[in-house]
Design a protein around this ligand. Structure first.
Ligand code: SAM
Length: 384
């Protein structure tokens, strides 16, 4: 492979970081907002080619992505002097404030340069050289995050354009005991959405809502993220355009959540206070044991249920998990009568068969890691 630098702003190479196992969902979300971009899923993310300012706009709307990197350069590198020189002589002013501080995030596999601390040192020394030869003094407080990745002696330099990871929406301030990462909740909502061919409006129900992540993500699904900062806001580039969703999705018409724990309920209420649906409608939050709840009233809408129950790890469970989940499925059918249901369950608990309501059919089983715990997302179609 030839050494390359990504200097053509009309066709910038991005890498959109995704949770392994959810890459196809991030790819599909990119296509829904940015159908003109060239995008390809790889392990751990999506490579995207797009004009610089348009690609940066991915930060504003993608709900399933972890962060958006710009791939600045790719080169063969087996020694530290070459790495030093690349950093010292790279045209940084084309991208960022050339007087900012540089924070280096190294990773290395199957490469001659193995020691991460020495990779960081070589980059930092190269950065000092760049400042010196440009006659600049590092400005404190403005930081560029550079991801330096070695794989089989090929080095890729990637600049972070997101800042804090994108699951931080600037919105969910209060969390319960075992909160779900927002990007996972969003990915599961989109997974279910793509299984549905029903155009009717949707009621979203979470029987064990904790701090309300599924409901919040359903409420902000098509909105821009505006309550936080992004690293790209200090980049040298043309104005970042406001993206437009290029697909129609079933309209979210109501949000309903149950929660047993009083303290967690207050967190959910705070989080969902500003999450309003069309017409100013707010989420309905029900305090109590879902397993004992009365059936919800009949509705003209379709119902999608999302549930991330306790796994018996951070949140303890007295009975065998398989028994709890069988009760949960039965209560879900009786109380919610959903059209589609998605449960995120620890993989250890679902190795064998489990008891499902007879009219439920498995549409998808998707394994991935949730905070280091192997989990499987099950999507069920509930036949009527
Ligand atoms: C893993 S947490 C859910 C986290 C949630 N997805 C979030 O992001 O915050 C499970 C939640 O279920 C609640 N819970 C457990 N048993 C319940 C029951 N029978 N009825 C209602 N809530 C229950 C717990 O109090 C806990 O908040």
């Amino acid at each position: 492979m030839r050494d390359s630098e990504n200097l053509d702003n009309s066709r910038t190479e991005f890498f959109v970081v995704a949770l392994p196992g959810l890459e196809d969902l991030v790819l599909a979300e990119i296509a829904e907002w940015f159908p003109d971009f060239t995008a390809k899923a790889e392990h751990g993310g999506i490579t995207v080619f797009a004009p610089l300012n348009e690609g940066l706009a991915m930060n504003l709307v993608l709900k399933t992505a972890t962060r958006v990197l710009i791939r600045l350069a790719r080169f063969r590198c087996k020694d530290f002097p070459k790495l030093f020189n690349k950093i010292a002589h790279f045209p940084w002013e084309q991208w960022i404030d050339p007087a900012c501080e540089l924070k280096v995030h190294p990773s290395t596999r199957l490469s001659r340069l193995k020691i991460k601390s020495r990779i960081v040192d070589a980059c930092e020394d190269g950065w000092m050289e760049h400042l010196e030869k440009s006659g600049l003094k590092a400005k404190r407080g403005r930081v560029a995050n550079l991801y330096v990745r070695f794989l089989e002696d090929e080095c890729t330099l990637s600049l972070d354009s997101s800042g804090e990871r994108l699951h931080k929406r600037g919105q969910r301030e209060f969390v319960g005991e075992a909160p779900l990462r927002e990007t996972i909740a969003a990915a599961l909502i989109q997974l279910v959405e793509r299984k549905s061919e029903d155009p009717r409006p949707v009621e979203i129900v979470d029987p064990m809502m904790g701090s309300g992540t599924f409901l919040l993500e359903a409420a902000i699904r098509d909105q821009m993220i505006e309550k936080r900062d992004f690293a790209f806001e200090t980049f040298n580039c043309a104005a970042v355009p406001t993206p437009r969703l290029r697909t129609t999705r079933p309209h979210v018409h109501a949000l309903i959540g149950y929660e047993l724990d009083k303290k967690t309920i207050s967190a959910a209420k705070e989080n969902l206070r500003d999450a309003r649906l069309e017409g100013g409608k707010v989420a309905e939050i029900l305090n109590g044991d879902f397993l004992e709840a009365q059936p919800l009233p009949k509705t003209e809408a379709q119902r999608w249920l999302f549930c991330n129950p306790p796994y018996g790890e951070r949140l303890k469970v007295k009975e065998p998990l398989a028994d709890l989940y069988a009760k949960l499925f039965a209560a879900a059918e009786k109380v919610v009568h959903p059209d589609l249901a998605c449960f995120l369950l620890p993989s250890k608990a679902v190795k064998g068969k489990f008891v499902l309501p007879p009219n439920w059919k498995v549409l998808e089983k998707r394994p991935f890691l949730n905070g280091g715990i192997p989990v499987t997302a099950f999507v069920f179609k509930c036949l009527r």
